[in-house]
Design a protein around this ligand. Structure first.
Ligand code: 13P
Ligand code: ZN
Length: 275
């Protein structure tokens, strides 16, 4: 099958186009990766390029040895993916140690996978292990309102989780584990990848201070929907803070417990503190 006709490629492209329209992807901002299923690799294998030389990932992900990923290219604009996916995207294969990758499709005018490849792959490795292989999508976006909040809220998981849960009744149902926060760091390397992957052990959402957000999920829809929900909640909070520094009423910790009971989710006690 032609690579561009495969459903996972079509879904990947649709998601990047939807995401661009949300205004989260100025210039080359943001990146997306998808871990292929074995049957998807077999479907497109006849259309892959012959193997070329291995390139260092910049970190080690032994839990992902031999896996294939569809990823956005570094410096590529989300705006242009739907226009020319073969220029903007790549399918990469990892070696048996999970230390190197090689490009097997895409980036036809040259280039390399996203500069956040270490974070994407380290997150994939954690989530593959924790979800028995269910999670396949890692998504990074420059979400305006979430970024704005990192200038005015303490950079603590408990503060961000609680404030975001409070902004819309269904938030604790959509992200019951809460969100993690990484303080400002230089992007694009192994250090920030290690810090992010540590938080992915506990959360499906990690916020990078003054930069954006990473989400992990099973499908493109679930991952996009998760990031969208967190960002929408952040938008409400930005508006609330802009209207008045003090809330007159809110969703209380007791209300959160009631929602959790009705929707059969467990909320960590550390986020249900009295304010
Ligand atoms: P890339 O163009 O290398 O994917 O980088 C964009 C980005 O958002 C870095 O954090
Ligand atoms: Zn970024």
């Amino acid at each position: 099958m032609k690579v561009l006709e495969a459903k996972f490629v079509q879904d990947f492209i649709k998601m990047t186009d939807d995401a661009f329209r949300m205004n989260w992807h100025e210039r080359n901002g943001g990146n997306l990766s998808y871990r292929l299923k074995e049957e998807e690799v077999e479907l497109i294998r006849p259309r892959l390029n012959p193997p070329t030389e291995w390139v260092s990932i910049g970190t080690e992900v032994p839990g992902l040895s031999g896996e294939f990923f569809l990823v956005t290219g570094s410096g590529m604009y989300f705006r242009n993916i739907i226009v020319d996916p073969e220029v903007c995207l790549a399918i990469i294969e990892l070696d048996e140690k999970g230390e190197n990758y090689r490009i097997r499709w895409g980036l036809v005018e040259g280039g390399r996978p996203t500069s956040e490849l270490p974070t994407h792959l380290m997150n994939h490795e954690v989530k593959k292990r924790l979800t028995n292989g269910k999670h396949r999508v890692i998504y990074h976006a420059h979400t305006t309102n979430t970024i704005a909040l990192t200038f005015v809220l303490p950079l603590e998981d408990r503060v961000f989780t609680r404030e975001l849960w409070e902004m819309a009744t269904e938030c604790p149902v959509v992200f019951p584990d809460g969100v993690g926060v990484v303080g400002w760091m230089v992007p694009g390397g192994r250090e920030i990848a290690i810090e992010t992957a540590k938080l992915m052990e506990k959360y499906d959402v990690v916020i990078w201070a003054h930069h954006g957000m990473f989400c992990s999920g099973e499908t493109f829809d679930l991952t996009f929907g998760l990031l969208h929900t967190v960002e929408k909640s952040a938008e409400i909070l930005v508006k609330v803070l802009a209207i008045s520094p003090k809330k007159l009423q809110t969703i209380t910790e007791d209300n959160l417990r009631e929602v959790a009971g009705s929707f059969h989710v467990t909320l960590p006690e550390r986020f249900l503190y009295k304010k």
